[in-house]
Design a protein around this ligand. Structure first.
Ligand code: SF4
Length: 284
């Protein structure tokens, strides 16, 4: 099979190389017997942690100023909130016990009017420290995958909307020890994600990982069974794929994630047909 230029860029970005038959007369290379794509191991060193500015210790509040009640998804009309208010609501949320151990909430990153939206799972240690989703090795892999499709998380107004990506997690606080979130925690936090999607109004959602899929599709099926077709969330096309952190631990799965990204690009451009569109799921 011949890969077009974009497919080759995507393969390279994901650390995959295409096997090509040796030229006539050339010494035989160690070619895979069946697969056309071979995963290339890549040990990715974690990037240096960006120093956070020192934060001044706030002065004690005057005695006569009663503290405002902390926000939680259940105590306010999230449906009416704009970006600043929603960010503030997340930062002050104490609706579940994850608030107790967090360094800070991890709201989201990217242009607020993006055509693509990536939904991940929960902040890890580095995200908790930096306050941004998808940092570290998994974040770098995601950025390379996005760049292969000419997409960026940069909130740069010069970038056309079709190339902008907004990234948010299903949970805004880190589960201690990177344990799996509980169904209760996911349920408590979900309204924040719902409002983010409403505000971004993306043209396509990429759901990365089991908990993102559970939240958006209400499905307990494994990723392997849900990927490869077009689902719907509130009428928006939604593509399921593996979380980059999982791909770093399971290198051969990168080829599948590459297929998922190609499908997402085809759907976005209105080029997906046949199998993918035949499998459209009813609106949630
Ligand atoms: S995880 Fe979500 S619901 Fe729980 S405290 Fe954090 S922001 Fe609130």
């Amino acid at each position: 099979m011949a890969w077009d230029e974009r497919q080759q860029r995507l393969l390279a970005a994901m650390g995959l190389r295409v096997w090509a038959p040796p030229a006539a007369g050339a010494p035989a290379a160690e070619a895979p017997a069946v697969a056309a794509v071979a995963a290339v191991a890549e040990a990715e060193a974690a990037p240096p942690v960006r120093a956070r500015p020192a934060q001044a210790v706030p002065a004690a509040a005057p005695a006569q100023a009663p503290a405002a009640a902390p926000w939680s998804p259940a105590t306010g009309a999230l449906a009416g909130l704009g970006w600043p208010e929603l960010r503030e609501a997340v930062a002050g949320c104490r609706a579940c016990s994850l608030c107790e151990k967090r360094t800070q909430t991890v709201f989201g990153v990217g242009h607020p009017q993006a055509a693509w939206m990536v939904v991940g799972e929960a902040p890890g240690e580095q995200e908790d420290r930096e306050g941004e989703p998808f940092v570290g090795a998994a974040g770098q892999l995601l950025d390379r995958m996005l760049a292969a499709l000419s997409l960026t998380r940069a909130a740069d107004g010069e970038v056309p909307r079709e190339q902008r990506v907004y990234i948010a997690n299903t949970l805004k606080c880190r589960p201690p020890g990177n344990r799996n979130p509980t169904p209760e925690e996911l349920a408590k936090c979900e309204p924040f994600l719902v409002r983010q999607i409403e505000l971004v109004r993306p043209r396509l959602i990429l759901a990365m990982g089991r908990f993102a899929v559970q939240a958006l599709l209400r499905s307990d099926e494994p990723i392997g069974k849900l990927r490869g077709r077009v689902h719907r969330y509130q009428g928006l096309p939604l593509i399921v794929t593996y979380h980059p952190a999982y791909l770093l631990r399971n290198l051969p799965e990168k080829a599948k994630a590459w297929d998922d990204l190609c499908l997402a690009a085809e759907v976005f451009e209105g080029r997906a047909g046949g199998t993918a569109l035949d499998a459209l799921q009813p609106a949630q």
